[in-house]
Design a protein around this ligand. Structure first.
Ligand SMILES: [Zn+2]
Length: 395
């Protein structure tokens, strides 16, 4: 299983240079499986230069929202030519670099924001994200603690910090192994062989899932192997969950001594989530879980086909639009249906439209389209007609 835990972090940056009326621009961004909502409050500009800088910042913010990171970086850089002390422009530029994985430049810009505006939690949060992504958990925790100190009433922020602290404590003494595509961490020397088995399977997944989706992530994927107890403590995943991908692949391993078909399926499944997340960070859960199950090689047996037929006959099949959010809060029975429906809809999609069209759909999602628009462009059919066709195929 896996479910992208849709942690919704709300980042709020506020600044009032001139204490005049403020304009709020809301950006909905996504990073590594995290949906990030971010507000910037701007001061109303007063001079011609400030006006131009303000317009460029607005343009940059819109480009960030559409995932046009290179153009956004250009807009913020231009804005800084008119006003190089604008924390908003430095913050926007830092975010644009962050999403382009230009970590050194992102860090430089975010540190500038901290200098210009030390009382605002936003840049500290992004610095925490940056170091978390680099797997430097000590430094990530340090920045997140500063952010929480500045915004003590932000419950989501505090939850995020607590989780990273737990993760840091658990993984402090883990061994690390790095290959060209993966960074793997595990507890205890006796797990070396298990780590090697897992890396070997993941390298196969890199090739096979990569060929299917014609996509090979540029950056290494982090994989963390836990005991069952550590897995529960760090992830707080539901009991029915066998592994999760939340930007990192996290797997509870017992005593793995050899490759088994089940382990292979589990790793192909989680690796598919990593690839889908790299193509389209905001992929609806049913599509994501359907693809992961399809590429792990899962099929629908006679009993499950009958369940689906019965659900169709009694009109109990939920709308796909209601399965776009996380499955994490579901009980095991409900989750079983949600996964089955996801696989069924994706199998139909692949049979009718082929993988290259599904890839186009994912690329539309990456550009900021919602599912209805992405299906429209990728599959040249409406969401409703797709859903109707899929349900008819089950009767
Ligand atoms: Zn999954």
């Amino acid at each position: 299983m896996t479910d992208r835990s849709n942690v919704l972090s709300h980042y709020r940056g506020e600044r009032s240079l001139l204490k005049t009326r403020c304009v709020t621009i809301c950006l909905i961004l996504a990073a590594l499986g995290l949906a990030v909502a971010y507000d910037v409050a701007y001061s109303q500009p007063q001079t011609a230069e400030q006006n131009t800088a303000f317009r460029l910042i607005q343009t940059g913010a819109e480009q960030l929202h559409k995932s046009e990171y290179r153009s956004a970086a250009n807009s913020f850089e231009q804005a800084l030519r008119y006003n190089d002390a604008s924390p908003e422009a430095h913050l926007g530029l830092g975010m644009a670099y962050y999403f382009q994985r230009e970590d050194r430049y992102a860090e430089r810009e975010l540190l500038t924001v901290v200098e210009l505006n030390p009382g605002d939690a936003t840049a500290y949060q992004w610095l925490g994200d940056l170091f978390y992504r680099k797997d430097d958990l000590d430094t990530a925790v340090m920045w997140w603690e500063k952010a929480v100190a500045l915004a003590p009433n932000d419950a989501k922020l505090r939850t995020r910090l607590e989780r990273v602290q737990r993760e840091n404590k658990t993984e402090k003494d883990f061994n690390r192994d790095v290959t060209s595509h993966f960074l793997i961490k595990y507890d205890g020397r006796e797990k070396i062989e298990a780590g090697r088995i897992i890396l070997r399977i993941l390298e196969d997944a890199y090739g096979e899932v990569g060929r299917a989706l014609t996509f090979y992530p540029e950056r290494e994927i982090q994989v963390i192997l836990y005991s069952g107890k550590q897995f529960q403590e760090v992830t707080e995943a539901p009991g029915w969950s066998g592994a999760i991908f939340d930007g990192k692949i996290r797997i509870p391993i017992g005593g793995i001594e050899q490759e088994t078909p089940g382990l292979r399926k589990l790793l192909f499944h989680e690796y598919t989530h990593a690839v889908v997340g790299a193509i389209a960070p905001r992929c609806p859960t049913w599509l994501n879980e359907g693809l992961a199950q399809y590429l792990e090689g899962r099929s629908i047996d006679a009993r499950q086909s009958e369940i689906l037929r019965k659900m169709i006959r009694t009109e109990k099949v939920p709308f796909l639009a209601n399965l776009e959010g996380s499955f994490m809060g579901m009980g095991s029975g409900q989750a079983e249906y949600a996964y089955l429906i996801s696989l069924s809809a994706v199998r139909y999609m692949l049979e009718e439209y082929k993988m290259y069209r599904v890839k186009m759909l994912l690329e539309e999602l990456a550009k900021g389209a919602d599912m209805a628009k992405a299906i429209n462009i990728g599959l040249t059919i409406s969401y409703e007609d797709f859903e109707r066709g899929w349900k008819r195929s089950l009767e």
